[in-house]
Design a protein. Structure first.
Ligand code: 26W
Length: 799
């Protein structure tokens, strides 16, 4: 169908007329986008069916990645890339007077995630399909994704996101595959030879699946992302207020919770979690049984992965289905369940570890609660055998204690594999947060360092760099990203360095244009583009970056002999709507931007840009244009980070702490090619243990630091002195929980080295090329191979 541009053009025009019954001359961009999207989706239908058929007839073990978030971004561009039809379509459309890039920009990002965890899930889907692995996503079809961010007078304002407003060309509603999910009610027990549990008087919700194709890279594989939507059930007996029921039901899949790393014990969130796992599991089991497979072999044919604890009710839900619906006894059901489920932890921040009060849980999910109680009781008995008399330890490890259900404990007990997302993170889990569990179940723990799909983050986001790489080393790296290492031979090559320089300049020029159109600000394309884009969080320390910019500004103002290589500091970040401190930091960045950008004395040297509404599609424009990647979290706090990998792959040099995957980036590129600074994780953890940190000492002993901190509250900015009081207090009154002051000096000094290094362009370009060359390890293809081989035991259909 897309074999020639002529064939494409004909199909495209036919499709347009069918969809819109008008002449193409009257088409809008939106209609053109919809037409192309529909055409592409229909184009993959055949391979989609074939892929499913292949898995079925070859009895392939399937993996299902359960995740409360999938941060997909736009799909048209990556689908065309993976199908290998982008060029033909681009030329064909051009002849029809249509610009493909303009069409791509019509697509609203699918922003069904907050940040790292959701984007990781999306990268994993791309890798699964591209490696011809039978692995699928299971999630929720939120009507509204992560809020749209507007900046008004420097403050963040949230608006409801509306990604479905023009429909979604990629999804297929499969009403006939709907599932009933039950909430509330009571459990009745009957004795009929064996104990039987009946969930009665429950409120039923219908889960309707919407399937989206996940297209592999030029391999004819099309896997499935199944997103569930909540609708009123037709089987609900007439129980009064229908409108209320409708509202409450639809609310389940209405909004994505916008918090990142902070629990909010809302009952609706718990409903979402159970809705996802119950619909997902029931539907997997339904199709499993349709194939006449024996449930005793479930774990040999199905792997279920829970992405953080949010879908962890998959454990009691699978137990429920096996026991109550299929008559299994506890031991058998437990054997099957624990061998089916595996779990990833994505954070050690205690405020993000999920706990549910039994008082909320029990009435909402009575049968699931009973099962968790039983799991807990049996687990505690096991603990008693090993740690007889050690009540304290048993209490600390219990799943239910003091009226709370600890979801991470349930995840560890009910699964066969527990992994962290970077080596240092896994080590911290084993030696601290999950130490007691590691001692009890050492064989369950393993590391899977995160990765990113090089198809979206290099090939799609940076076609210019892609072709420069291909010209140098061919294209073997596309299917085997480790082969990017062949670029090492070109690191010192003057003409390749020139090319890399040109590519970077070209991406900086495009970003500068975008910045101009979004903010009206003109930035110097020759300046260092220094970028920090990620969720706003105290531990990620955007504040450290800001204090450094304030320092540079002060020095430039006060010391005629002080000079720097011109810099453009670029920020992008959403703050959780209820996170007061994070919102103040956004206001601070914007306030600083106004001051710095308009000062005649510094505006040639320094610019501060805050790009609103940071999201996947904006990341694809920003990251390729970066010279410097800011990865400056308090050591031990960032589980992995994945932005760090995207920047590296696009040739930016990292300034970062020894945290998360930065440690492994250092291992790959060597200390000449990354700028690390600050406390190590061990030092941070030691300070936290011994309480020996005194923030105010750093304030008193560093005059520059003293000055910038005073400026937060002293009329330096044209705002009231209360505006940034919270930030000031976090540093000096609350003793600087994230060691900003402690690391300030080392950060400033390291930035000086970085600035000097940039001025030696040949050596800078060499570093840049080495970063690209060594980024292959951070392709999510590597990560997914490890999950497939070591956890899920699934096999490629090409083997
Ligand atoms: C229940 C509230 C909540 C919401 C989200 C708790 C925890 C989360 C996520 C686990 C936060 C998250 O996205 N973590 C990030 O996961 C990435 C992928 O593994 C890592 O690269 C980041 O370091 C980690 O912060």
């Amino acid at each position: 169908m897309f074999s020639s541009k002529e064939a494409f053009k004909q199909r495209f025009l036919e499709k347009f007329e069918k969809m819109y019954s008008k002449s193409f001359a009257e088409s809008t961009l939106q209609e053109q986008y919809n037409t192309l999207g529909q055409l592409v989706r229909e184009f993959v239908s055949h391979d989609w069916i074939e892929t499913n058929e292949f898995y079925r007839s070859n009895q392939k073990k399937q993996a299902y990645y359960f995740s409360i978030e999938f941060l997909l971004g736009r799909l048209l561009g990556s689908n065309l890339l993976n199908l290998g039809v982008r060029d033909i379509i681009e030329v064909g459309l051009k002849e029809l007077g249509v610009d493909l890039i303009e069409l791509e920009e019509q697509e609203v990002d699918a922003g069904l995630g907050n940040g790292g965890l959701g984007r990781l899930a999306a990268c994993f889907l791309d890798s699964l399909a591209s490696l011809s692995l039978p692995g699928h996503g299971v999630g929720i079809r939120y009507k509204h994704g992560l809020f749209d961010q507007k900046i008004v007078d420097g403050y963040q304002v949230e608006l409801p996101e509306q990604w479905l407003r023009n429909g979604n060309v990629w999804e297929i509603r499969k009403a006939s595959h709907s599932i009933e999910v039950k909430f509330g009610g009571e459990v009745q027990v009957s004795h009929n030879g064996q104990l039987m549990f009946h969930h009665v008087n429950a409120e039923t919700v219908t889960a309707v699946p919407y399937d989206m194709p996940v297209i592999g890279y030029q391999n004819k594989v099309v896997n499935t992302l199944r997103l569930w939507s909540a609708e009123p059930s037709q089987f609900r007996p007439d129980k009064g207020d229908v409108m209320k029921y409708k509202r409450e039901t639809e609310a389940i899949s209405e909004f994505l919770y916008p918090d990142d790393s902070h629990i909010d014990g809302k009952i609706l969130r718990l409903k979402q979690q159970y809705f996802l796992v119950s619909a997902g599991l029931q539907s997997i089991i339904r199709s499993y049984l349709k194939n006449n497979y024996d449930l005793l072999q479930f774990h040999q044919r199905v792997a279920i992965h829970v992405n953080d604890t949010h879908p962890v009710l998959a454990i009691p839900e699978l137990m429920r289905i096996l026991m109550d619906e299929h008559g299994f006894g506890w031991e058998e059901a437990w054997e099957i369940t624990t061998h089916t489920i595996s779990y990833t932890n994505h954070t050690t921040l205690s405020e993000a570890l999920e706990k549910w009060p039994t008082s909320i849980f029990k009435p909402l999910l009575p049968r699931i609660y009973m099962i968790i109680e039983e799991i807990n009781e049996r687990f505690c008995k096991q603990l008693w055998m090993k740690y007889t008399g050690n009540w304290k330890r048993i209490e600390e490890m219990a799943i239910i204690a003091h009226g709370m259900i600890k979801m991470a404990h349930l995840a560890i007990v009910g699964s066969h594999s527990v992994n962290g997302v970077a080596q240092i993170h896994t080590d911290i889990l084993k030696s601290r947060e999950m130490k007691m569990f590691y001692e009890f179940y050492p064989y369950k723990f393993n590391n899977k360092t995160n990765g990113i799909t090089h198809r979206r983050w290099l090939m799609k986001a940076n076609p210019e760099l892609t072709s420069a790489i291909k010209d140098a080393i061919g294209d073997e790296w596309i299917v085997n990203p480790k082969k990017l290492a062949l670029l090492m031979d070109y690191a010192k090559d003057a003409s390749f360095q020139d090319k890399i320089f040109e590519v970077k300049q070209c991406k900086k020029r495009s970003l500068a244009k975008r910045i101009k159109s979004l903010t009206g600000i003109v930035v110097d394309e020759q300046s260092i583009f220094d970028v920090q884009v990620k969720r706003l969080h105290a531990y990620k320390r955007q504040l450290l970056n800001i204090l450094h910019i304030m320092y540079l500004y002060n020095r430039l103002k006060e010391d005629a002999n002080f000079s720097i290589t011109p810099r453009t500091f670029i920020f992008g970040a959403k703050a959780s709507p209820g996170y007061y401190y994070a919102k103040k930091i956004i206001k601070l960045i914007n306030t600083l931007a106004v001051k710095v950008n308009n000062d005649p004395k510094t505006k040639e040297m320094l610019k501060v840009i805050f790009l609103e509404n940071y999201r996947v599609s904006l990341a694809e424009e920003i990251i390729p244009a970066a010279n410097v990647s800011e990865q400056i979290s308090t050591a031990s706090k960032e589980a992995s980070g994945t932005g760090n990998m995207k920047f590296m792959m696009n040739g930016a040099i990292t300034i970062g702490t020894l945290d998360g995957a930065n440690v492994e980036i250092l291992e790959e590129v060597g200390s000449d090619n990354i700028y690390t600074f600050g406390l190590t994780a061990d030092q941070v953890l030691a300070y936290q243990r011994n309480g020996g940190y005194r923030a105010h000492e750093y304030y008193h002993h560093n005059k520059y630091l003293h000055q910038v901190i005073d400026q937060l509250v002293g009329g330096f900015f044209s705002v009231t002195s209360q505006e940034f009081e919270t930030i000031y207090d976090s540093l000096l009154v609350q003793n600087d929980e994230y060691f900003v002051l402690k690391d300030f000096h080392s950060y400033v000094h390291t930035h000086e080295k970085l600035g000097a290094a940039y001025n030696d362009q040949n050596s800078w370009l060499e570093k840049s090329i080495i970063n690209i060359a060594k980024s292959g390890r951070f392709s999510s293809d590597r990560t997914i191979k490890e999950y497939a081989d070591e956890i899920w035991k699934i096999h490629s259909s090409k083997q």
